[in-house]
Design a protein around this ligand. Structure first.
Ligand code: AMP
Length: 396
């Protein structure tokens, strides 16, 4: 038996999954939180149970030590013999990386340089890579970039209409994110419909804490709602999504806000949190049901923005074979699905209320049989996609 260790390293947390290479079975998964603080929290889950620990997690290296100990204590044991490769999620690959890439000292340097575009994410991803290289020095490490899938976007979709020389100098363009999920889910959609991927047009709505829409034609991203950074596009848990850039000038000029405050406002204190006080859609829903007007408005804004992108991508694709909901909100909220696509019957999009409300899990169709565009709920699995891409990159 061999396995791929999938690592998703954030600034204060580290998620991992150990995935068996042939069967794709999850042998173990875990989450280490509060890295950088004296007292961390960790959970380790295997088919035999779940364990919670409170290791000291001063840095990412300590997090890897804690992870290794969790494997030794709760299994599967013999990790060194089991793991044949490590796959790492990296948020920003800029215009440099468009495929899974074997980590070399030069690749580490490049990821470090790209931190300029993703100051919150890339340094944390790199800290995870370096700690993993120290913990597993004898196996290949592969970097899988969130931006990679979107490198197929045409210039008209990725170009911002600003001074071309300035854009060129600072590499300002749309990059797009959540690529691993959009790729996985759009391939699932073609398989679900039984149509060849090359002939399938899909709109993927990845609605989690972060959220983005993607227009996929023939298995390739042709447009996506996130932009230069993951701040653009849909309303998110704490991010504003689309905004007139002049709002930033206004707040700086008249509100006296500095760059860091603006960054904090738009990335961490906006979206559902800014509108209602809570970033969790379940709270917003509960409050809206209880008559809270701000929460009701937030749901309206959230769904309106999704509908706006669905319309845009129907036009970009010239119609869609499937609209797919995925991630935390997309997979679990019939209300958001229903309201985002309400009134689109004239465009051949018709949700079946009963199918949409069903407590059924897993892959399912929620549109009526007459709906020209199929509306699907397809659970995403970014870890599995990273494991698959890691294996195929090494086989190539
Ligand atoms: P993700 O980033 O994919 O893990 O999604 C996380 C988000 O999914 C949370 O912030 C919740 O707002 C949302 N979520 C999870 N479960 C539900 C649910 N049952 N109904 C509505 N939203 C949910």
């Amino acid at each position: 038996m061999t396995a791929v260790l999938v690592v998703n390293s954030g600034s204060s947390s580290l998620k991992y999954q150990l995935i068996e290479t042939d069967t794709e079975e999850v042998l173990a998964k875990g989450l280490l939180e509060r890295i950088g603080q004296v007292q961390g929290v960790a959970t380790h889950t295997t088919p035999d149970g779940e364990w919670t620990m409170e290791p000291a997690l001063p840095d990412h290296g300590a997090a890897f030590d804690a992870m290794t100990r969790a494997f030794e204590e709760h299994g599967p044991t013999g990790l060194a013999g089991l793991v044949t490769a490590v796959g790492h999620r990296v948020v920003h690959g800029g215009a440099r990386f468009f495929a899974p890439t074997l980590v070399t000292p030069q690749v580490e340097k490049d990821i470090d340089e790209l931190a300029e575009y993703a100051p919150l994410h890339n340094p944390a991803n790199l800290a995870g890579i370096r700690a993993a290289l120290a913990a597993f020095p004898d196996v290949p490490h592969v970097a899988i970039f969130d931006t990679a899938f979107h490198q197929t976007m045409p210039p008209e979709a990725y170009t911002y209409a600003i001074d071309a020389a300035v854009a060129e100098k600072y590499r300002i363009r749309r990059y797009g994110f959540h690529g691993t999920s959009h790729k996985y889910v759009s391939e699932k959609a073609a398989a679900f419909l039984g149509t060849p991927l090359e002939e399938t047009r899909t709109i993927v709505l990845h609605l989690g804490n972060g959220a983005s829409a993607c227009a996929v034609r023939g298995g390739e991203s042709v447009d996506t709602s996130m932009g230069f950074t993951p701040l653009q596009g849909l309303v998110m848990g704490t991010r504003s999504g689309d905004l007139d850039p002049a709002v930033v000038f206004q707040l700086a000029r008249f509100g006296g806000l500095g760059l860091d405050e603006l960054d904090d406002l738009l990335n961490r204190r906006s979206g559902l949190k800014g509108l209602t006080g809570s970033a969790d859609l379940r709270d917003v829903r509960r409050n809206a049901d209880a008559g809270d007007e701000a929460a009701q408005v937030a749901l309206d804004v959230y769904c309106h923005r999704i509908k706006h992108y669905v319309g845009a991508y129907l036009a970009v694709l010239g119609g869609a074979d499937a609209i797919v909901f995925t991630a935390g909100v997309g997979e679990n909220s019939p209300l958001i699905r229903e309201r985002s696509l309400a009134g689109l019957e004239g465009l051949g999009i018709e949700i079946d209320a009963e199918r949409n409300a069903s407590a059924e899990r897993g892959e399912r169709r929620i549109s009526t049989d007459a709906s020209r565009t199929a509306v699907l709920v397809l659970p995403t699995n970014e870890e599995l996609e990273i494991a698959r891409q890691t294996v195929s990159a090494l086989a190539a």
